[in-house]
Every structure is written in C-alpha cells, then in structure tokens.
Design a protein around this ligand. Structure first.
Ligand code: AAO
Length: 494
C-alpha cells in the first residue's frame, strides 16, 4: 500500500512538473507573446517600457542570444548556426541582454529565448568566425568555444527521407553539425547554457528543431534545468516555459504528440488553416468548430501563430504582412477565439528568403524608427504596432477566461461571436456588406470599435456601436471598409 501510494505520488509529481513547463508565467490578465525577430536587446528593452508593457503584451520571443557564425551578406539565418554559448550576437552582448530581461520583467513582459540545442554551424568556406570572434572548424566538428569535438556529434549523413526517424534525428538538418544529446558532455553544456539564461531572468525557451532530437533526451535536459529565479519576480518553484518547434502537418514519422507532454508545441496546422480561411479558400462559418475538432493539439499544448519567421518566407496559404487586410482579419480571429497560446509575428521587410534584417553600411543591425502613428518606418514592419493588432491584444486581455457564445454566421463568410459579457467581434470576408442587428452580450452602452479606431479621452476615432438593454447592437462592415472586422469590449466603452 505504501509502495503504491509512493509510486502514485511520484507519478503525480512527474506529471505536475511536466505540465508546469506549459505555463508561460504571464502577469495578470496578459496573454499574448510577440516575436521581435532580429531586434536588438536595447531596442527590446525600450519597446517593453514604452509600448509592450503599456499595451498589455505578455512576453517577447527574442532571436537566438548565443554566438553564431558570421555569414557573407548577414542573412537572418546565420543566427541558426551556433559557434559557442557566449552571449554575443548582432542583437547585443550579455550585459545588454541582462539589462533587457530585467527591464522587461519590471514592466511585466516576459522574455523567451530561441535556443538551438540540435546542432552547431554547418561547413563554411574559409575560416569560420563567430559574432564574438571565436574561431571554429565546422568541417571537422571542432568548436573550441564550447568546447565540442567530433565525438560530441552524430556521424555525418544527409536527411533525404523525411519518413525515416533515424535520418531526422541523427543526420544533419540542412548540413548543420548534429549534436548527440544522449552524451553526458553535450547534455551538461546545453543545461549550463539554458541555466545561464534562467539566471539572467528569462521565463522560458523556444526550442528550435525539436523534432530533430529524441524526446527522451529533451525530457532529461528540461527536467534538469533550474527553477526560474525568485529575484526576477517568479514564484517559488516555477519551471521554465518550453515551446518546441515541431512541424507536423499530419502523416509524419516524428509527431508533435511525442513532445507535447514535455512542453507546448508549435501548431503549424493552425497557421495553415487560418491562412486558408482568411484567403477565402474556406468559408468562415466553418470556424465555429475551431480548435481540437480541426485536428489541432489541445489548447494548453498549442503555441499558435498566423505566420512564423520560416513559413512567412515559404509562400502558399500562410498569410503574412504582405496581404495586410486578410492578415489583420486572421490575427483578430486568432486573438479573439479562445484557443491556444498566442504568438504574434513582428517582421522585417523582405524580398527573398535570405534577405538580411535592416542593417547599416557596417552591417550592424539598426534600430526601428517610428512614424507619427507609432508604426515602423525603416525596414521593420512591426505588425505588433498596427492598431488593429495591438488593440486585439487588449481585447484578448479584456475577455480572458470567458467562454465563447452566441455564434452567428450568414451561412458563408460573415461571422460574429461573444466572449462572455466582456467582448464581441464580427468579421466580413464576403464581397458584400454586413449590416445586421446582432446579440453582443455586452451591458447597455456605447462602445468604440477598436479595429477602425481608438478610444482617446472618451471619444472614439472609429465606428461606434450602440448596445441596448437587451444586448442587441447594429453592426455594419461594408465590403469596401478598410478592415473586414469590428471588435468591441468592456474596456473600450465610451
Ligand atoms: C542555411 C541555408 C542552407 C544551408 C544551411 C547550412 O539556407 O541552404 O544548407 O544554411 O549552411 C534556418 C533557415 C535555413 C538555414 C538555417 C541555418 O531556414 O535556410 O540554412 O537556418 O542557417 C525543417 C525542420 C525545422 C526547421 C525548418 C527550416 O524540421 O526545424 O526545416 N526550422 C528551424 C528554424 C529555421 C532554421 C532551423 C530550424 C535550423 O525555424 O529558421 O533554419 O536551425 C517539412 C518537414 C519539416 C521541415 C520542412 C522544411 O515540412 O516536415 O520538418 O522543417 O519540410 O524542410 C508542407 C509539408 C510539410 C513541410 C512544410 C514546409 O506543409 O506538409 O511537411 O510544407 O514548410
């Protein structure tokens, strides 16, 4: 009996600690992460203080923080080729990183770091030098900056059959030298690296290329990490939030389910399907059953996004900033519908897959500049600074923990729904107008549509909706309106 109870207690503990790595440690009612792709640490610190904190963003996914190879022309993807675990990149050095984390935590914005545990850099023509000046010889798997040598890697081979587990997890993803995470030395170095970031106050990690590592090895590594730091404002015994990049569109040899008990997993099917719907390939009325009925992971396991830094470059159904009207509608749906752990993309402008981020003549990253409306001007796109997007982050905060109700649709691509008695949203993706009296579920009053305008000093610069005693309101979205969505909530009552 004692044995059984003890074993049961252990199981509960194990399940508890595994589940704990699904918690993003958000402050208050905040619940949206933004990926500030390729931003500098100093700029992120300022953005936390001046924009993200005040606008209620919950956290930032930052680009890889450790030393990477310097590649000619400085393509963004050089940061996915590690040379050492020194915290020196084009985004800044360790001091700047630590300052960013401290300042963001102080205004309630968490930092999650993109970490590369699968591999080091690929072969390089000429001498390989990193962003901290560390030299390496990738061709012979020599990375003295860690140090790693050939025995720390799997033997070289190419992934050509994506249905072969051995190849996926032992061979080299696009030629990147593939670390053997079953080795004690490799585990020790990876744990030290992650613990160092935890020491500096981060709340968790995006684990790059998780699919290419055995889940048992990752389980060991995650389980060995330190708790988050009390001195950085985390409650006692908080486990780092883990979200793992596993591309699984179905029919895969290595599946998302192998990883979802260890932490959250990027739900690529969400990105694909939301793109399909708002591109008009699928009527919006079908979104009523959005979520697990679509074959997605359970809500608490799914890291969701309209686009990410890879698939925004791939074309296809995925929506990006290049189709702004549809993109804003998809993002509004993403943030209004109660499903998943939401991440918003913040891009830089690109023409081709390899385009470098905004940089100066010395190839240093440049800081974003802002126009009169607060939008970005100099090569940064900053989708998170588009009113229609940051106001939906506010909507999601206002309606947090409420259920969806009163779904309405026109049998095609006009839809609307309530979130408890806190918020209401409508979409028109048809080529004709929407003009209906609909149940908003809101208390009587006049509300400012946070898509077409802002509520400033009690007056609304966009459309207003009059809600009567019965919760009914007249909602209108013309097919030629600037945006195809209208959103009202209790924190934007006139
Ligand atoms: C660069 C050059 C290469 C060169 C290499 C080494 O571009 O030509 O060989 O350097 O010198 C990034 C860039 C790469 C870059 C690399 C290193 O994207 O271009 O290579 O840095 O600098 C797979 C992985 C996934 C990975 C993705 C790109 O599973 O983990 O490939 N993403 C992460 C990062 C990414 C980064 C790395 C990993 C490496 O987010 O930015 O690369 O650190 C299928 C498979 C997927 C597979 C994709 C692409 O997916 O299922 O596992 O992802 O193919 O190969 C349909 C299909 C679906 C398919 C999907 C593709 O939906 O149904 O099965 O399309 O989107």
């Amino acid at each position: 009996m004692f044995k059984f109870t003890f074993a049961l207690a252990l199981c509960v503990l194990a399940a508890g600690s595994a589940l704990a790595q699904h918690s993003p440690h958000w402050w208050g009612n905040r619940n949206t992460i933004v990926h500030l792709f390729e931003w500098k640490w100093e700029d992120i610190a300022e953005e936390c203080e001046n924009f993200l904190g005040p606008r209620g963003f919950a956290g930032v996914q930052v680009s890889p923080a450790n030393e990477n190879i310097v590649s000619p022309g400085r393509p963004w993807w050089e940061r996915y080729q590690p040379i050492s675990y020194k915290l020196i990149t084009r985004s800044g050095n360790e001091e700047q990183f630590a300052d960013m984390v401290r300042r963001c935590n102080e205004v309630g914005v968490r930092i999650y770091v993109d970490v590369l545990l699968n591999h080091m850099s690929a072969d390089f023509v000429g001498q390989a030098v990193g962003t901290a000046g560390t030299e390496a010889e990738p061709a012979v798997k020599s990375f003295p900056g860690v140090p790693y040598s050939a025995e720390d890697f799997h033997p070289s081979c190419e992934i050509y059959d994506w249905n072969d587990r051995y190849q996926i997890q032992h061979c080299e993803l696009v030629g990147l030298k593939d670390l053997d995470q079953s080795r004690d030395w490799v585990r020790t170095k990876l744990i030290e690296f992650l613990d160092h970031l935890i020491e500096l106050g981060v709340a968790g990690f995006r684990v790059d290329a998780a699919k290419h590592m055995a889940s048992e090895d990752l389980e060991f590594i995650y389980g060995s990490l330190s708790d988050l730091k009390i001195e950085h404002g985390f409650p006692h015994s908080s486990r780092p939030f883990i979200f793992q990049e596993v591309i699984d569109h179905g029919g895969q040899e290595v599946t998302r389910e192998e990883y979802s008990s260890l932490g959250a997993v990027t739900e690529f099917r969400f990105s694909q399907e939301i793109g399909n719907a708002f591109r008009g390939n699928n009527a919006l009325k079908w979104l009523q059953s959005w979520g697990t009925d679509w074959g997605f992971l359970s809500s608490g396991q799914a890291l969701t996004f309209v686009d990410n830094h890879d698939n925004q470059r791939d074309g296809g159904a995925v929506l990006t900033y290049k189709s702004p009207r549809q993109y804003k509608m998809a993002t509004a749906f993403h943030l209004a519908y109660p499903y998943g752990i939401s991440r918003v993309m913040s891009s830089f402008a690109f023409d081709d897959h390899d385009s470098a981020p905004p940089q100066d003549a010395q190839e240093e990253l440049i800081s974003p500049e802002f126009d009169a409306d607060g939008g970005c001007a100099n090569g940064w796109i900053c989708e998170h600074r588009w009113r229609q997007i940051y106001n939906m982050v506010g909507f999601k905060n206002a309606v947090r923990d409420t259920e969806i109700s009163n779904w309405w649709d026109n049998g095609d691509s006009q839809i609307a729904f309530c979130r408890g008695s806190k918020g209401f949203i409508a979409f028109n993706n048809n080529m004709y107008n929407l003009a209906e009296v609909l149940q908003t579920c809101l208390p009587k009053g006049v509300y400012c549509d946070v898509i077409s305008g802002d509520l400033i000093n009690g007056s609304c610069s966009g459309k207003s909706v009059y809600v009567g005693d019965d919760g009914l309101g007249f909602v209108s979205i013309n097919s030629d309106d600037f945006d195809g969505v209208l959103a009202i909530h209790v924190d934007a009552r006139i």
